[in-house]
Design a protein around this ligand. Structure first.
Ligand SMILES: NC(=O)C1=CN([C@@H]2O[C@H](COP(=O)(O)OP(=O)(O)OC[C@H]3O[C@@H](n4cnc5c(N)ncnc54)[C@H](OP(=O)(O)O)[C@@H]3O)[C@@H](O)[C@H]2O)C=CC1
Ligand SMILES: CC(=O)N[C@@H](CCC(=O)OP(=O)(O)O)C(=O)O
Length: 343
């Protein structure tokens, strides 16, 4: 299937290129760049110098002729503008940004501080978390790929809500991300000298992924869910660790809860339940896996759920390809079974 990547000079875009190149059914037809059109891919990404591609200008009509599937790995606001034009040409669109994740345009405007896409397109978009919303994704023409933090959080949280095991009004989510989560942009606060040997919280007063987590959680809980979510920046390249804490409604043992997770994710090839030891970001690096561990503290009645992903894979490009596989009826694992890099 002929594929275009818009935003191909960014981290998410580069990861898409890597995955599409190794995919049995996808073919890279166009790499779009608004700032480096005419340059060789290797100029921006020396690790891909064996691939003889040149970045092309953003020309919607040309995309219309040369591609059937378009991945948008662009900053917020861009796909909201471009997607209606691409959809008007009948393209299948998978958007990695937050522009189509929230059903309520006002909520998007509050959290992202920019104008929302028109309601018609927000209504058409399907939230692309394949482990939970596969039926809708199979027929969707506009797929909103989840955010990195929501992916790690929801894969850990939704089984507990589905089984009514926790008090959904009191969820605490402590999240930590590697620096590639912020994209490949020039930003003083992301300088090596300021990130290295440092651990810092950010957006403590409100992160744009809060309404996304609450929106998806509500679908499983059948009631409003409120989360206290605080992200932290960690001096590492890739990886997200989410630690979720909640009071349990009844007495369960860790073994019982682990068994429940095993059953829920029995047919999910990218979710690995960690039964001994604890999840760590290094164990999923470079892969599309999400590793989940749980612990029930019988003393306090609280559960801790630990969930890790590679933010650029399961948190972005890997999940986007997983959505393409699902939508096209290909094997879920097509092009995605890279084992993690270790050490
Ligand atoms: N990094 C991550 O871990 C994750 C990122 N995301 C989301 O995915 C999207 C991409 O993220 P990431 O790759 O990290 O971001 P980057 O900042 O690394 O890359 C974004 C790319 O978008 C292109 N771009 C910028 N402005 C425009 C424009 N007006 N029109 C078209 N293209 C434009 C730029 O390429 P050029 O100048 O060449 O056009 C740039 O390289 C973002 O919305 C991000 O929030 C989601 C989950 C995880
Ligand atoms: C480390 C870091 O800065 N991470 C980014 C992830 C943002 C992102 O992926 O943005 P959308 O999903 O909203 O498009 C952040 O916390 O804002």
């Amino acid at each position: 299937m002929k594929t275009a990547v818009i935003g191909s000079t960014g981290y998410g875009g580069a990861e898409l290129i890597r995955l599409i190149e190794g995919h049995p059914h996808l073919e890279l037809a166009m790499l779009i760049s608004t700032s480096q059109a005419g340059d060789a891919l290797s100029q921006s990404y020396p690790h891909l110098r064996h691939l003889a591609y040149t970045f092309q200008e953003l020309d919607i009509a040309q995309i219309g002729q040369e591609a059937e599937l378009v991945f948008l790995a662009t900053p917020p606001g861009v796909s909201g503008e471009l997607t209606p034009q691409l959809r008007a040409q009948g393209k299948l669109v998978i958007d990695l940004s937050g522009d189509f994740r929230l059903k309520d345009g006002r909520s998007y405007e509050d959290w992202y501080n920019r104008k929302a896409a028109p309601d018609k397109w927000l209504a058409e978009a399907v939230y692309g978390l394949p482990e939970w919303f596969a039926e809708e994704i199979r027929t969707a023409d506009l797929i909103a790929n989840p955010g990195c933090y929501p992916t790690a959080t929801l894969l850990g949280l939704l089984p507990l809500l589905q089984h009514r095991m926790i008090d959904h009004r009191a969820l605490v989510i402590d999240a930590k991300s590697g620096v590639t989560g912020a994209g490949r942009k020039v930003d003083q606060s992301l300088l090596f000298s300021e990130v290295n040997e440092n651990l810092r919280p950010y957006k403590v007063d409100g992160h744009q992924h809060i309404p996304e987590i609450e929106q998806a959680a509500k679908r499983l809980a059948g009631a409003e869910v409120r989360v206290r979510f605080v992200p932290h920046l960690v001096p590492m390249n890739r990886g997200i660790l989410v630690s979720l804490y909640a009071p349990m409604l009844h007495k369960y043992t860790t073994t019982e809860v682990l068994h429940m997770y095993e059953e829920v994710y029995e047919d999910a090839p990218f979710v690995r339940i960690v039964e001994s030891g604890w999840p760590s970001t290094k164990a999923v690096q470079g892969s599309n896996f999400c590793d989940i561990g749980v612990h029930v503290d019988e003393r306090t009645g609280w559960i801790t759920v630990l969930s890790v992903i590679d933010n650029l894979m399961k948190g972005a490009a890997g999940q986007a390809v997983q959505n393409a596989n699902l939508r096209m009826g290909w094997a879920a694992t097509a092009g995605l079974m890279q084992s993690p890099l270790f050490p």
